[in-house]
Write a protein that binds this ligand. Structure first.
Ligand code: NDP
Ligand code: MG
Ligand code: MG
Length: 331
């Protein structure tokens, strides 16, 4: 089994003496910044002039600086800007202000692995990539637990980056759940594959296809929504705490038998071949190239996909049903 690190294996001796600037106050940024501060670290936020998140960061009690100034003042800069914006900000505000021995932290390997950002050899470059959405990184921290993470050291100029990376993971609460070592290459390729083939792309397409199949066969769309989307959370909760066996313990034997005999008819060899094709496009850099070009060209396709998704039947029914579920806390 891969070596896992937990709270008891790591202290915070280096991290507590570092001035940390978190660039970006979005999904990951607000969570890392607040968790680090609660862990006793010295944290400020770096944003651009007029950023929509600046007000939120100030309301949460943080000092907010411009990115260039923050780089000049800090020992550690955490890159929590959207992946597609990191290169431009790095080129214009970060690179020329970097000093010997500083630490640059990433939460995803995309820009380093695909050669968008090439840091100088005189800084440390590390990654702590939480395996969960930013809002959960904060919420579960407040509840006393953590979101697991993978970590990697890309450049260890100071010879302490291998310690600091573990401390950073502890500071955001990830060692409460467990962390393990990876490389920028492995994290980037598996993260992109996971979100495309399974977590976001695959599961969303599966739920939508199931919904459409039932509706086309004449069943009520509200029933189809509950069967193919709403119940997903309840099943995933069982998977989260108990794995496949925990989930199968709670479902009926009828459901379990159907799982064995029909699952493989849906996710068959053809689907697996498609997964290998998706992985090949990630590994070759084809996907990254397309996504970088899409951003340069004003996101024409991306915006169109977003609009189309809003008009899907499942989106519309879901919106109506959820508006009547009083237990969903509206964020
Ligand atoms: P978000 O889009 O949620 O947040 C982006 C933040 O950056 C916002 O505060 C935004 O400000 C700010 N920003 C945008 N442009 C600039 C700029 N030019 N200069 C300064 N600040 C800017 O990003 P995420 O948290 O989703 O992603 C951050 C990193 O974390 C990425 O590398 C991503 O891959 C990684 N990651 C994300 C996960 C997630 O759950 N979202 C999971 C694991 C890793 P404004 O509000 O004004 O737009
Ligand atoms: Mg991921
Ligand atoms: Mg990702």
């Amino acid at each position: 089994m891969a070596k896992m690190y937990y709270d008891k294996d790591v202290d915070l001796n280096n991290l507590k003496n570092m001035k940390i600037a978190v660039a970006g106050y979005g999904s990951q940024g607000h969570a890392h910044a607040q968790n680090l501060r609660d862990s006793g670290c010295n944290v400020c936020i770096a944003l651009y002039e007029g950023s929509r998140s600046a007000e939120r960061a100030k309301n949460d009690g943080f000092e907010v600086k411009g990115v260039a100034q923050a780089v000049r003042d800090c020992d550690m800069l955490v890159m929590l800007l959207p992946d597609e914006k990191q290169k431009a900000v790095y080129d214009s505000e970060i690179e020329k202000n970097l000093k010997k021995g500083q630490t640059l932290v990433f939460a995803h390997g995309f820009n380093i692995h695909f050669g968008q950002i090439t840091p100088p050899e005189y800084i440390d470059v590390i990654m702590v990539a939480p395996k969960g959405p930013g809002h959960l990184v904060r919420d579960v921290f407040k509840e006393g637990s953590g979101v697991p993470a993978v970590f990697a050291v890309y450049n260890n100029y100071t010879k302490s980056a291998d310690k600091v990376v573990l401390e950073y993971a502890k500071g955001i609460g990830a060692t409460r759940a467990g962390i393990l070592e990876t490389t920028f290459k492995e994290e980037t390729e598996t993260d992109l594959f996971g979100e495309q083939a399974v977590l976001c792309g695959g599961v969303n397409a599966l739920m939508k296809a199931g919904f459409e199949t039932l509706v086309a066969a004449g069943y009520q769309k509200e029933v189809a929504y509950f069967e193919c989307l709403h119940e997903m959370k309840l099943v995933v909760d069982l998977l989260y705490s108990g794995g496949f066996e925990g989930m199968r313990y709670s479902i009926s034997d009828t459901a379990e038998y159907g799982d064995y005999v029909s699952g493989g008819r849906i996710i068959d060899e053809h689907v697996k071949q498609s997964m290998r094709d998706v992985l090949a496009d990630i590994q070759s850099g084809k996907f990254a190239k397309e996504w970088i070009a899409e951003n340069k060209n004003g996101r024409l396709n991306f915006n169109r996909y977003r609009e189309e998704a809003k008009n899907n039947e499942i989106t519309k029914v879901g919106k109506e049903l959820r508006s009547m579920m009083s237990f969903l806390n509206k964020k």
